[in-house]
Design a binder for this molecule. Structure first.
Ligand SMILES: Nc1ncnc2c1ncn2[C@@H]1O[C@H](COP(=O)(O)OP(=O)(O)O)[C@@H](O)[C@H]1O
Ligand SMILES: [Mg+2]
Length: 326
């Protein structure tokens, strides 16, 4: 049995003292094995970034401990930092540097010299696809490229543990896609433990093998991405845009479809041929309503502009998991 690369043992962080203090991370325990890509999820303020800072040695726990490759982060932070790649929230610092000078600087800090240094920088540049912007000040790069510079920095020393705090936050869809592609590539190399925080359910399903949800500093779910999505009441919901004949009460009609628990109004706009009504049909939990909805709409001969099967919504999962948590 392989050893876990990351172990959190009752990890706790309190900011401030007394009743005005905040328990940002409240006794979090888990282990991450080689090969795992763990999606660390939770609403804003849940404690994700604080947890990650303690794992990477940038913040000291109030109590409990974090171990990386078997060693307590607090006991040997330098040893641990050699084995951890960390992409902090937002963009990398050093706006006046170019990616080339920044990565060479990081390689120096990492103790890489001579050909080992240039090989490491070249490899990270190739993986993050930074060849075209190497000599441009980081400040002038797009958000997507800035994030990739941050990623190149994090993987430069080929760490067995990679911690990424919202790696795709604020990026446009193409940039998100690029960053996810890189994460999947890093995961495929195997033997590594990857932890990334995100707000996006599709991202967890696209890149993660495991989903851990944290709310108010505590773990409230630890499952597969598919199981997590299934907890959303929008799992297998159907969103429809239709142009019905005028006078038809679309919502009332659709509510009659077997298995539909509720019809949510997604707005009406004027379109060629009449009013285009968009709505989401929420199924009775566990029901697959798509075939019945299709059949119903076809029988009515409504003009269908769009149909989408929903996988689930993360904020909805958070609500489901955190309702009742005090
Ligand atoms: N340096 C700090 N000082 C005081 N409170 C903090 C500090 N950093 C984070 N917090 C608080 O701790 C809680 C968890 O924050 P954070 O870990 O950033 O959450 P997340 O990354 O999940 O959004 C929040 O209530 C936040 O306001
Ligand atoms: Mg955060």
């Amino acid at each position: 049995m392989a050893e876990p690369l990351v172990v959190l043992d009752n990890l706790t962080k309190r900011f401030g003292a007394g009743s005005g203090g905040i328990l940002a991370v409240d006794g979090v325990s888990m282990r991450v094995m080689p090969g795992e890509v763990l999606g660390f999820l939770g609403p804003n303020g849940a404690g994700k970034s604080t947890t990650m800072k303690m794992v990477t040695g940038y913040m000291t726990p109030t109590s409990g401990r974090a171990l990386v490759c078997g060693k307590d982060v607090g006991e040997d932070p330098i040893w641990v930092k050699e084995r951890v790649g960390y992409l902090p929230e937002g963009a990398p610092a050093y706006p006046d540097m170019t990616p080339a000078s920044f990565l060479n600087f990081i390689a120096d800090v990492r103790g890489l010299r001579g050909s080992a240094r240039s090989e490491a920088v070249n490899k990270a540049v190739a993986r993050a696809q930074l060849q075209g912007v190497l000599r441009q000040p980081i400040d002038t790069l797009s958000k997507g490229f800035k994030r990739r510079v941050g990623l190149a920095q994090a993987i430069l020393h080929e760490p067995p543990v990679l911690i990424m705090d919202e790696p795709t936050d604020g990026l446009d869809p193409n940039q998100k896609h690029e960053v996810r592609r890189l994460i999947r590539e890093l995961a495929r190399e195997g033997g590594r433990a990857i932890v990334l925080s995100t707000h996006i359910l599709e991202e967890v399903e696209a890149v993660c093998t495991r989903a851990v949800v944290i709310a108010r500093g505590r773990i409230v779910a630890d499952s597969t991405p598919a199981e997590l999505a299934a907890r959303s009441k929008y799992h297998h919901a159907v969103t429809l845009s239709v142009i019905p004949p005028s006078g038809v009460m679309v919502f009332d009609e659709l509510a009659k479809v077997p298995g539909v628990a509720r019809v949510e109004d997604g707005g009406t706009v004027h379109a060629d041929g009449g009013a285009k009504v968009t709505c989401t049909l929420v199924p009775v939990r566990g029901k697959d309503i798509a075939p019945a909805v299709n059949e119903f709409v076809r029988a009515k001969q409504w003009k269908v502009e769009a149909v989408r099967l929903e996988g689930g919504r993360l904020d909805d999962v958070f609500r489901e998991l955190t309702s009742g948590v005090s």
